[in-house]
Design a protein around this ligand. Structure first.
Ligand SMILES: [Ca+2]
Length: 603
């Protein structure tokens, strides 16, 4: 597809019977096409008429152009240009109609962490609740993995981690290289092809390549953070700006957990990590909630407590800057917050805003920042045609879940078994909200099976990008559900695959869930705070687990043997889905395109 940028100066080669002609076409405005037919002819200005919006198109050929209409070559040229102009005008028109897109990506935020998902939550999340009421929320949505890095790979690639052939890990220190391979089409790259300007702000955590002064690639870990040669490592070869983002301000890993505490701005590190960070120097208003901040090396200007305020500011700067400088182009922004990953460090102004301790305040901070974003797009006059998606990368952290249950009677896992790292629902069932006043009818909750990987095909469908079969192989188009043009009773997904911390698989088919492993797939329930949540193994001899989530949402009754036939069918299916060159999404996906969607106001 030709984008608006690419068409500003197009060179065409037209073969005629006598000689090849080179024609340059310029598009000074959406309704004009200026043709340069070689030195011997004056430029020809052709008006392009469209019936608004994006309907019939007519290109007028002026009779006074001075070009002989009897010339076969010129006719061919004009024919080519008419086709080109049709494409062009359609892209111009689409570009005006395409929504801005914002993803608010939360971290370790469980299904029970928003009050709209959990009527018994120990605190309220009024802005996110309102956002959900003004759009659609998915009740059976899942992260691709139960830890950060593989889930983020799923967001940006539309693939499960198993497609990389690499092991499941959460990168730390100078850990990498990126799970996003060179040349792989990313979500941001795809949107750029459709005319978007793209930006990501906050936690990156998909892996990065760093070198020491001998030019050797560094591995993860505390020690190697200090061996980074910034001259050799930057601009980062696999940073966001080489993975489809025009602008970025990110941290390599978890912003306040992992030992490489630096900011990366457009692939560069303005201030290297030169100062020792000790966890006992971290402000500790929340006592035990400071847990999981690692010693390491930091840039002297690094923020621990105000990290999300900074990421929010960068996101807003990008959006406002975009509106000032590129008002006729849509934008795509990812606000990648660290809330509510450990350590729990709400900014000062949010301390005490709930009765649910530091973690309640932390989630309230995220709620407020999302609200401010929504306010900002309203003030910019782009509220109606901006799609805002809220999602989380995995379930709640173990000790957080335990402390919230004990201290505040709050279940961050929303009543499900398991938490971050586990293959049980608490590990990967997460909030997923989409709001877009112009196209998504308000006030709906959907039971459709959905995954973060689906964001890729959904956005491709909206912007009219036809996905090649080898791209986003685990991504389904959720647009029919979001737009309310598909019945709730007709499933989008016949099945869905997720991976736990250890990379083990869980397969959903309707109400059935098969876990291709014994136990949690992640945490050790024999030790520490998790001991109280250990359930006796009902079928100790079973190599895996089969549950009927409709009858047994808590995944307590293993039907591995009693439903052997179903289990064998799911095992066979799993083998097929995860084989080399396997996929879970269909081939031949066609985008719906927004012009084919009825606006909400017309229904
Ligand atoms: Ca996470």
């Amino acid at each position: 597809m030709v984008t608006k940028n690419q068409i500003s100066n197009l060179r065409l080669l037209v073969i005629s019977e006598r000689e090849p002609h080179t024609v340059i076409a310029q598009f000074p405005t959406p309704t004009q096409c200026q043709l340069f037919l070689g030195n011997s002819n004056p430029p020809l200005l052709l008006p392009i008429h469209t019936n608004s919006p994006c309907g019939e198109l007519l290109m007028c050929l002026p009779s006074t152009s001075g070009i002989s209409m009897k010339s076969g070559a010129v006719l061919k040229i004009l024919l080519c240009l008419a086709v080109l102009a049709a494409i062009t005008a359609s892209v111009w028109c689409d570009a005006q109609e395409l929504p801005n897109i914002i993803i608010v990506y939360a971290d370790d935020l469980g299904y029970g962490d928003l009050s709209i998902y959990n009527p018994h939550a120990a605190y309220q999340t009024p802005r996110l609740d309102r956002m959900a009421a003004e759009g659609i929320r998915f009740l059976d949505a899942h992260s691709p993995s139960t830890i950060c890095s593989p889930s983020r790979y799923g967001l940006y690639s539309g693939n499960l981690l198993c497609r990389t052939g690499r092991r499941s890990t959460a990168f730390e220190g100078p850990g990498g290289p990126s799970y996003l391979a060179p040349g792989q089409l990313t979500l941001a790259e795809m949107l750029k092809k459709q005319g978007y300007r793209t930006g990501v702000f906050g936690k990156w955590h998909v892996g990065l390549t760093w070198y020491d002064n001998a030019g050797n690639r560094l591995g993860g870990g505390f020690e190697s953070s200090l061996q980074i040669d910034y001259e050799k490592s930057t601009p980062l070869e696999d940073g966001p700006n080489n993975r489809g983002f025009d602008e970025s301000f990110v941290t390599p890993n978890c912003p306040t957990t992992d030992p490489l505490y630096v900011y990366i701005e457009n692939g560069m590190v303005p201030v290297p990590a030169s100062q020792r960070h000790r966890r006992d120097r971290l402000p500790n208003p929340g006592g035990k909630w400071r847990w999981d901040n690692d010693d390491g090396w930091m840039a002297p200007d690094y923020h621990f407590v105000d990290a999300d305020l900074l990421f929010y500011e960068k996101t807003i700067q990008f959006i406002k800057g975009h509106r000032s400088h590129y008002p006729d182009r849509p934008f795509f922004a990812v606000f990648s917050t660290q809330i509510s990953h450990a350590p729990v460090l709400p900014a000062d102004e949010f301390r005490g805003t709930t009765d649910a301790g530091p973690r309640g305040d932390f989630v309230r901070e995220l709620d407020t920042l999302t609200g401010w974003l929504l306010d900002a797009i309203r003030e910019l006059g782009i509220d109606d045609n901006t799609l805002v998606i809220f999602n989380s990368d995995n379930g709640p952290e173990t000790v957080h879940t335990d402390w919230m249950r004990r201290d505040h009677k709050h279940d961050a896992a929303g009543g499900f078994r398991g938490m971050k790292r586990d293959g049980w629902e608490g590990g990967h069932r997460v909030p997923f909200i989409a709001r877009w006043p112009k196209r998504i009818p308000a006030g709906r909750a959907s039971h459709q099976l959905a995954n973060t990987t689906d964001i890729f095909a959904t956005l491709a469908s909206i912007v009219g990008y036809e996905l090649p079969d080898d791209v986003a192989v685990d991504s389904y188009d959720l647009l029919p559900v979001m737009a309310g043009i598909q019945k709730e009773s007709t499933p989008i997904r016949p099945y869905m695959l997720t991976q736990s911390f250890r990379g083990e698989f869980q397969l959903r088919q309707g109400v059935w869930k098969y876990l291709d492993h014994k136990g949690s797939g992640g945490n050790d329930y024999e030790r520490g705070v998790l001991k109280v949540y250990a359930l006796p193994e009902a079928v100790p001899s079973a190599a895996g687990q089969l549950y009927n989530l409709e009858d047994d949402p808590g995944e307590t009754t293993n039907l591995y043997f009693s439903e052997a036939k179903r289990r064998e069918q799911m095992q066979t299916n799993l083998k097929k889905l995860i084989q080399k060159d396997g996929r879970t999404a269909p081939t031949g996906r066609k985008p719906i395109r927004i012009n084919n969607l009825p606006p909400v106001s017309s229904r």
